[in-house]
Design a protein around this ligand. Structure first.
Ligand code: CUA
Length: 339
């Protein structure tokens, strides 16, 4: 009896220590990124209960095992066989019934959490998401806006209808907790109700190629007021842009996600930066030098492998694009403005 009391106390102590250890290691809820969506609340809750049960079950196995190893070890001079035992019906019933209960309870909690996460608000705002190597583009069909940043209003459900232009990607904002694969040839849905205004990032969570780790875009949860302002600004920009060649070029660039690989500020990404690109002399990977003019830009869009700038991956990471001559002229007009 005394052994049971001691082991019982040790199990409780080890459970608490294991849970605290998991917490320090960043696995329990106190070390998680902030929870910024309605859906994250029930996911965090479920995760935390699981961590508690895991800590307890771990202790329930490890503590009696180590205790027996130490306390019941063969002492010096003890040579006779151990006591003979034949089964223990009570113990078998207990270790069958208790896990069954646990599994049923967690099946219920898991189902309930899934229900919370998938709850559909018929008023949800629809935004189309396109993933491609290695960037995201967001389209607001109601307003005719295309953006490389995802702006969403706080406390309103949005439904992202997502598809991929090439391989499988995965939409993951850690602060929202939910993650959803983005698959070519079909639309997958992602429902989220942000509850905390702030700047976050979508990270691609599916290994999709060499620059997978750079496939991050800004996700901004705005107040309703800021969201409305942003939408109005974007509508205005799109309207003005459609009036000039460089504006139309900029829209084409946004629509095709070019800036996921070509920075506008001089940063080196998967492809060369577009800052001061027009008229720049670049060394190619065959040692030749080329001045970047209309012909080179057009060739690079239509056949990215023709001449690759030195130090960039060969074959080129960029897919060939199909544009009309006018569209290419518009893109070139836009590139000339990037100084
Ligand atoms: Cu897209 Cu990883």
């Amino acid at each position: 009896m005394q052994h049971f009391v001691v082991v019982g106390i040790l199990v409780i102590l080890t459970t608490v220590l294991t849970y605290l250890g998991l917490d320090v290691a960043g696995l329990a809820k106190h070390q998680h990124p902030v929870s910024a969506s309605l859906q994250s609340i029930s996911i965090d809750q479920l995760w935390n209960w699981e961590m508690m049960v895991i800590s307890f079950l771990f202790s329930l196995i490890i503590v009696p095992m180590l205790y027996s190893l130490i306390v019941f070890r063969q002492k010096k001079g003890e040579l006779e066989d151990g006591e003979h035992m034949e089964g223990n019906a009570t113990l078998e019933v207990v270790w069958t019934v208790v896990p069954i209960f646990l599994v049923v309870i967690f099946a219920y909690l898991g189902g309930k959490s899934l229900g919370d996460v998938r709850r559909v608000d018929p008023q949800a705002v629809t935004i189309f998401v396109k993933a491609q190597q290695f960037t995201w583009t967001f389209e607001y069909p109601e307003y005719g806006i295309i953006s490389s940043e995802l702006h969403i209003p706080v406390n309103k459900q949005v439904v992202l209808k997502m598809t991929s232009a090439d391989v499988i990607h995965s939409f993951w904002v850690p602060e929202f907790r939910i993650k959803q694969d983005v698959v070519p040839g079909r639309y997958t849905e992602y429902r989220v109700t942000p509850i905390l205004v702030g700047d976050y990032k979508v990270r691609c969570a599916e290994l999709c190629g060499t620059s997978h780790s750079y496939m991050e875009n800004a996700v901004i949860v705005d107040t309703q007021e800021d969201y409305d302002t942003w939408i109005a600004e974007q509508v205005e920009i799109a309207k003005l842009a459609s009036l000039t060649p460089e504006g139309q070029g900029q829209l084409l660039v946004a629509r095709n996600g070019c800036t996921g690989c070509h920075s506008l500020n001089g940063t080196r990404l998967t492809g060369p930066t577009w800052l001061n690109i027009y008229g720049r002399e670049e060394e190619m990977n065959d040692g030749s030098k080329i001045v970047i003019d209309d012909a080179y830009i057009a060739e690079s869009i239509l056949d990215p492998n023709a001449h690759i700038v030195a130090t960039y991956a060969s074959p080129s990471q960029m897919p060939a694009f199909v544009f009309t001559d006018e569209e290419i002229a518009n893109i070139i007009a836009y590139l000339k403005t990037l100084k």
